[in-house]
Design a protein around this ligand. Structure first.
Ligand code: GLU
Length: 424
């Protein structure tokens, strides 16, 4: 069971408060209000006539947190848990993630409260295009640029480009993570997981852990978790436990993650890691999708939902290094308790920033009418991540603080100074 949404909200506020303190502006209540609260909260109703003739009304959201450094930027999530407060937290995280990477963006997030599995593709197309119909005046290449998130991908982003372009003329830069033929960039889908693996490798180096033969557990074997697994395996690590909503599988010798990806995503023969246990070698199969969180490993990567590690289960976490593939997977209390035990946490705004970084390349590509090659994308991705990582390490050493504190210090400082520069 995940932590409540209010606990996750409080956690983010706690991280921000610490940054205000480190920046010496803890007493500036005006600034704190501006930085904590979003610029705009949008909620729309989306009616849909289903095949049986019945009308259903869906709820769509977009929260635009801060645009001091550039247009709002962030994912569009299709999941039953999407609501205004969820979007608000995730939009704020996007502001800090973009700032930490020094991307010329602010932060936004939104989505539609639904389970995509309950709808036919034609229905999802209608829903997505209705969302744009209601939202078009508030998004745009220079206003707010959606991207894939949980439950959305190339297909949804391409529908957004279509609906928006019908009003404003061809506008591929209105969304990132589109199909390559429609102005999408090579490597965007892989970028978040690839970035998680790259940052994990730097973190092991920093912490004196050998990645060769290191054991890794990954909670969530979706787009982010599976890509991270593939890359970490290539780097010599052993992926010993993975899970999805239906359960977990594990193998001490290391799971054949390439085969797993083949069955789940290339051939689409199965839709859960649990079913793949029939085809690949593993020691155990369990119905508990939280199992990887508590596995005896060197590295843990929570790559699913928010708030999965909280005060009630943090004592069961055994990994020495925890890399946040998901957004906000650890609550403030759990974070403090991990820190007290000498465990190291690499925060989401650094660990999973590869996605938005490649989104930025895609947006630049669209505005310039260019097409980048995959090698160029990966080269630049590594350069951008490394620059942010080096700055983070420098601040961490200066303040003798945690990785998260250093990350928020840099991000809040950047947003704060641009706000002051622009005036209120
Ligand atoms: N949804 C992703 C995230 O949380 C990507 C956002 C983007 O590419 O704009 O970082």
């Amino acid at each position: 069971m995940e932590a409540s949404i209010s606990t996750i909200h409080e956690s983010l506020e706690g991280y921000l408060d610490k940054a205000f303190e480190m920046l010496g502006c803890a007493e500036d209540s005006r600034l704190k209000v501006l930085l904590k609260n979003p610029d705009r909260r949008i909620e729309v109703e989306i009616p849909l006539i289903r095949e049986n003739g019945q009308m259903t009304v869906l709820h769509g959201y977009r929260v635009q947190h801060n645009s001091a450094r550039g247009p709002f930027k962030g994912g569009l999530r299709y999941h039953p848990s999407v609501d205004l407060e969820h979007s608000e937290i995730l939009a704020s995280l996007m502001t800090w993630k973009s700032a930490l990477l020094n991307l010329p963006y602010g932060g936004g997030k939104g989505g539609i409260q639904l389970n995509p599995k309950d709808f036919k593709p034609q229905e999802l197309e209608v829903i997505t295009k209705r969302y744009v119909e209601k939202m078009h005046m508030l998004i745009g290449p220079r206003i707010d640029i959606p991207a894939p998130d949980m439950g959305t991908g190339e297909r949804e982003m391409s529908w957004i480009v279509d609906a928006y372009s019908k009003i404003y003329g061809h506008q591929p830069a209105v969304a990132t993570g589109k199909n390559v033929q429609l102005g999408g960039i090579e490597g965007r889908r892989e970028a978040t997981g690839r970035g998680v693996a790259t940052v994990t490798a730097w973190a092991t180096e920093e912490e004196g852990i050998s990645l060769e033969n290191a054991t890794v557990a990954i909670q969530g074997f979706g787009n982010v978790g599976s890509e991270a697994a593939l890359h970490l395996k290539d780097m010599g690590a052993r992926i010993v436990s993975v899970s999805d909503v239906r359960g977990a599988i594990s193998r001490r010798e290391g799971l054949d993650v390439k085969q797993l990806v083949k069955f789940l995503y290339e051939r689409r023969e199965y839709d859960s890691v649990v079913d793949c246990a029939r085809e690949i070698a593993c020691d155990s199969v369990s119905e508990n999708s939280e199992a990887p969180l508590f596995h005896e490993v060197d590295i843990l990567i929570p790559a699913a939902l928010e708030g999965v590690i909280h005060s009630d289960n943090v004592d069961q976490v055994k990994a020495r290094l925890i890399v946040e593939g998901a957004n906000s997977p650890i609550t403030l209390q759990a974070d403090r308790s991990l820190d007290a035990k000498g465990k190291v946490v690499i925060p989401d705004i650094m660990a999973n920033a590869g996605g938005v970084t490649v989104s930025y390349f895609e947006w630049c590509q669209n505005l310039q009418g260019l097409q980048w090659e995959r090698d160029q994308v990966y080269l630049e991705l590594d350069r951008w991540l490394k620059r942010a990582w080096d700055q983070l390490i420098k601040v961490k050493k200066k303040f003798k603080c945690s990785y998260r504190e250093a990350a928020y210090y840099i991000a809040v400082d950047r947003v704060k100074s641009v706000m002051e520069m622009r005036g209120f």
